[in-house]
Design a protein around this ligand. Sequence first.
Ligand SMILES: [Ca+2]
Ligand SMILES: [Cu+2]
Length: 349
Amino acid sequence: MKRSSTKFKNSRSLVLSAPPQGPLAISSGWRRLLVGLLCLGATIVAAFALLSVTAEPPSESMKEVWVPAGEFTMVDDEFDDAKPLHKVYVDGFWMDETEVTNEQFAEFVRQTEYVTLAEKPFAGGPPAAGVFDGSKCPRGEACRDCRNWWDYRAGACWQHPEGPGSDLRGREKHPVVHIAWEDATAYAHWAGKRLPTEAEWERAARGGLEGKLYYWGDELCPDGKWMANIWQGAFPTDNRADDGFTGTAPVKSFSPNAYGLYDMAGNVWEWCADWYRPDYYTISPKNDPQGPESSLDPDGRDEPKRVQRGGSFLCSDKYCNRYRAGARGQGEPKTGLSHTGFRCVRSAP
Ligand SMILES: [Ca+2]
Ligand SMILES: [Cu+2]
């Protein structure tokens, strides 16, 4: 099934237009000298720009963090799709310090009039999106069918995360949700960025720490302290929110990893560029893997899947601990849910 293609105008070029120049009232000899000095100056500036390539983040609206080139180990032994252990090398790159927030996504929409997939009619029905609602699962009973907690709700979208009647007031700094893969790539394109490859994402998440379950170490709750916005209590009915948050949390609510990246575990799932195959690690190249040519649906429904990473506020050690640094997730590219967001990366120039 195909949804209408995304269309929006790119308004970044407006920023590049130069101010009109006034007349120069100076003699030709002086002008030549001046031009010469300007050329020399421009050369020096250009040289410094080249030297400072890894020192100055190029974007202002979203702070970016430099993830250095290097080799690291991709693996999580608990999950069949995150085996076998293999070494991977990725080049250095810039990564958004946080997940893209509601106010940042709103600026993109304001400038481009972009409409997300969840805001468009789909399959003959009204616009709708999957909202988490654990209240329909009978308490105390085993509740393992996800159809019991995803409410496909008309009118739910990034601006109305729980449907009509909900809005973003007070959630400006929360990660944007209900973002389909295509929405995330449209935003990244507008921002002059791209989605991370899965290998880049894990390289960034581990923060240089090799062989650990979490980017802060091997203990989920060191000294009883929650390190990420996940789920505490029996999923999906008892959301104890010991970490302080029942739903999404404002970005930067928890400590960053060693590279200075926030929420690389929990909060919202983050889209990666790669197609998802559960067996990809058996054939992954060592150098800068870009993911498989096409996806293989682990559910056997033959739906294409893209990789997601990091887990969300709905992940718990009792049910789904895919917030671990090496764990993998996946989703249908045209579907964003109330726990699905993203962040962008940029290759060094
Ligand atoms: Ca929580
Ligand atoms: Cu999970």
